[in-house]
Ligand binder design. Structure first.
Ligand code: ADP
Ligand code: GLC
Length: 477
């Protein structure tokens, strides 16, 4: 199959969260199954490895009512069999840092920036003579892809392609004022609640993806059920229930090469399930790196976007109590200012036990996964979550709230591989931390937990096959 995969971030080139990881790994897994896959993404100013990009000699033009936007198409190989195409545009991507916003908030021209990506990706395929069987779009930034495919591109060779839209996070919908319709030149007949982009008198990009695609997926089976409820549907649960027969929960995988403690070059020592000694070296190194005194106390950790979704407020609630025991807490994260400040205040109050790095640091995230004993994810909701899978692979016991993909990947109980709690409540999280302390005190049992986690296979191959069969079903329709 020829597959065109469109995403607003692609690791290692750009990443703010798990979407980048998925877009960097799933297309490669599909290519390894023998498919012809191309990925399309913006050429942001701050792109990592930008030196790898080469011109394709092609460019594109997207017409907005106020004028044309245009720019070249660049290319880089992510692996032997996978090409990533980058859309360059000086006004949308080249003139600023940040993918979606900066300290002052979301960029005001995001509707145009991502309309350019959505329409531009389809045009790029045309210009390069790539006629996809499947067009796979991801999250609100590419919500206009299935819309454009059914409308503007219908009469072209691309019009025969089947579209798949993956929801990585239903809470981020790309909602913009009504006049965005005119600004983007979208036909007004699309501005309807039933079968259109209208959502409470605003334009909703995500809804475009949900309504116009041939199939919908989300990143775990549990989240696929949760988003059909009023509590977690963010106003779109009715639509999702109506399209339930088209909605599939396919668990994310992890990039088993990038996240492998036996080969990870970010680590001071390497280790595997049968040789855990290196993990102790990583722990000593981690404490030193974070400026904490050495010692045997258990290390609890987070690596996270600091956002409401992630339950960091709950964690900040219980940590002062938890820190009465002899534990250490290290964290890497960035996001909402009050959470960054809350973590900084915790460090000021417990300087011998707590150390926080505010920022986005991929190398450090590997070192934390390896050096910590326990990894905390007290999420309010979690479509899939990747860090708990990285933790399991690194022999770090995850402590997670039983929601979304966390419930689908972490096994609780006496012979599980992690610690689960149900209620989004301080007592429940504190109870989970106490269970972790009991586990830590029982070294043989802790080792068994670690090994069971490390032995789990979360590689992309299984999930990529699920997407593959979904694509085949669509093409057979
Ligand atoms: P989400 O996409 O909701 O943020 P995921 O668990 O799916 O959650 O993916 C988060 C990804 O982003 C992981 O690869 C994680 O290591 C990474 N990440 C999050 N915050 C940071 C940070 N401050 N520094 C480095 N990596 C981070
Ligand atoms: C989103 C979700 C996260 C998921 C990631 C990749 O950012 O918040 O749970 O793992 O997308 O699908």
């Amino acid at each position: 199959m020829k597959i065109l995969f469109i995403s607003s971030e692609v690791a290692p080139f750009s990443k703010t969260g798990g979407l980048g990881d998925v877009a960097g790994a799933l297309p490669a897994a599909l290519a390894s199954l023998g498919h012809d896959v191309k990925v399309v993404t913006p050429r942001y100013r701050g792109l990592r490895d930008a030196a790898r990009l080469t011109p394709t000699g092609q460019s594109l033009v997207v017409r907005f009512p106020s004028g044309e936007a245009s720019g070249p198409i660049l290319s880089a190989r992510l692996s032997d069999n996978l090409e990533v195409l980058f859309l360059e545009n000086a006004f949308f991507y080249g003139n600023r840092d940040g993918l979606y916003g900066d300290g002052a908030g979301e960029f005001g021209d995001n509707p145009r920036r991502f309309a350019y990506l959505s329409v531009g990706a389809l045009q790029a395929a045309q210009r390069l003579g790539f006629v996809p069987d499947i067009v796979h779009a991801n999250d609100w930034q590419t919500g206009l892809v299935p819309v454009a495919l059914q409308r503007a591109f219908r009469a072209t060779a691309l019009g025969r392609a089947k579209s798949v839209f993956t929801i990585h996070n239903l809470a981020y919908q790309g909602q913009f004022p009504k006049d965005t319709m005119g600004d983007l030149g979208l036909p007004w007949d699309l501005f309807t609640a039933e079968g259109g982009l209208e959502f409470y008198d605003a334009v909703n990009f995500l809804k475009g993806g949900l309504v116009f695609s041939d199939a919908l997926t989300t990143v775990s089976p549990t989240y696929a059920r949760e988003i059909q409820t009023a509590e977690q549907g963010y106003g779109l649960d009715g639509l999702l229930r109506r399209r339930a027969h088209r909605l599939h929960g396919i668990l994310n995988g992890i990039d088993a090469h990038e996240w492998d403690p036996q080969t990870d070059s970010f680590l001071p020592a390497r280790y595997g399930p049968r040789s855990l000694e290196g993990k102790a070296v990583c722990k000593r190194d981690l404490l030193a790196r974070f400026g904490l005194p050495p010692g045997d106390a258990p290390v609890f950790a987070i690596v996270s976007r600091l956002a409401w979704q992630k339950g960091m407020d709950l964690l900040l609630d219980v940590l002062p109590t938890a820190l009465q025991a002899d534990i250490r807490f290290v964290g890497v994260g960035s996001g909402e200012r009050h959470l960054e400040e809350g973590l900084a205040a915790l460090q000021a109050r417990f300087p011998e036990q707590v150390s926080i790095r505010v920022g986005f640091d991929p190398g450090l995230s590997h070192q934390v996964e390896a050096g910590a004993d326990f990894f905390l994810m007290p999420s309010r909701y979690e479509p899939c979550g990747l860090n708990q899978m990285y933790s399991l692979r690194y022999g770090t016991v995850p402590i997670v709230r039983a929601t979304g993909g966390l419930a689908d990947t972490v096994e609780g109980g006496l012979d599980g591989n992690g610690i689960l709690f149900e209620a989004f409540h301080p007592a429940a999280l504190l109870g989970a931390i106490r269970r972790a302390l009991a586990l830590y005190a029982d070294a043989p049992r802790l080792d068994e937990f670690r090994r069971r986690g490390m032995d789990k296979d979360f590689s992309w191959t299984v999930s990529a096959r699920r997407y593959e069969s979904l694509f085949r079903e669509l093409l057979a329709e």
